[in-house]
Design a protein around this ligand. Sequence first.
Ligand code: MLT
Length: 369
Amino acid sequence: MTVTRGLEGVVATTSSISSIIDDTLTYVGYNIDDLAVNASFEEVIYLLWHLKLPNSEQLAKLKEQLAENAALPQGVIEHFNMYPIHDVHPMAALRSAVSLLGLYDEEADIMDPEANYRKAIRLQAKMPSIVAAFARVRKGLEPITPRKDLDFAANFLYMLTGKEPEPIAVEAMNKALVLHADHELNASTFTARVCVATLSDVYSGITAAIGALKGPLHGGANEAVMKMLTEIGTLENVEPYIRGKLANKEKIMGFGHRVYRKGDPRAKHLREMSKKLTELTGQPELYEMSVNIEKIVTGEKKLPPNVDFYSASVYHSLGIDHDLMTPIFAVSRVSGWLAHILEQYDNNRLIRPRAEYTGPGMQKYIPIE
Ligand code: MLT
């Protein structure tokens, strides 16, 4: 049993959720609705790490640094072939690869702010390459070398599919990356901060955060939503399936949120994108199924959809393997984790809350005869 809800954990300057008047999410004071429509993911990375939007030179420099650092050490690619079982989940592979990456970084344990910033760039740049490389290696394919002429979202799609990405796919991926970048003191961000507050290194902090994001009550929810949509299969099945689950008091994945009262402001952007993409790819039923599920769940339980609900059908429409949905969340969220890690180092104190003890009172130890 945990009693952390409602307690303030850390001081943070990156994102804020205001649920007093309305449910608003801001990154450094910029409304997520503006950023989702207008900003590139690279601008958001810069914003979270520098607490201001970049000018054109700063943006160009960041893009260049990300492109230059995207390639993986050969050892990281080869280690994917060494797993003892074949159906390793990509989040487990990502966690191992990031941990291994730390061994290749000569600056891993150098703690000065410049070195930590350089590590942040390297890690952010390599995250999509890890996810895409694992996705190919497990199918017996060669990883695709990252391209320097493509922006972050386009390059990620290119490495995943091996094809020149369509503009609409790039728009969808960029939007998804912008929307998932940071989210106040969520479980994985808190994990990252607790870890590095011991003055452990950036790679340990990110490895720990990936572990926290993996769970279905956090980032793993988008994959769970897709599993549910696949199980339902057709529009006619929605009603009996969802009502059956509700009658059995089972959790419907992708609904409700610990912090928002009326609804997650990120969900509507993904709903729109899901509509557009499912129509374009000739799968409008997937969108209609999702809308019907939303109608039933919000009607019956007053629970609105969260960021994970419509992201599932967006990624599915982009042709992405279902178990890569949470790793995509990680590729985006690493920007927020890194922002929080840099902030934690900047003014560090060990994070060590007290536990409320509810066990037995004092007892006398009697040795076993
Ligand atoms: C997130 O984006 O991290 C999720 O909505 C979970 C959370 O904020 O607690």
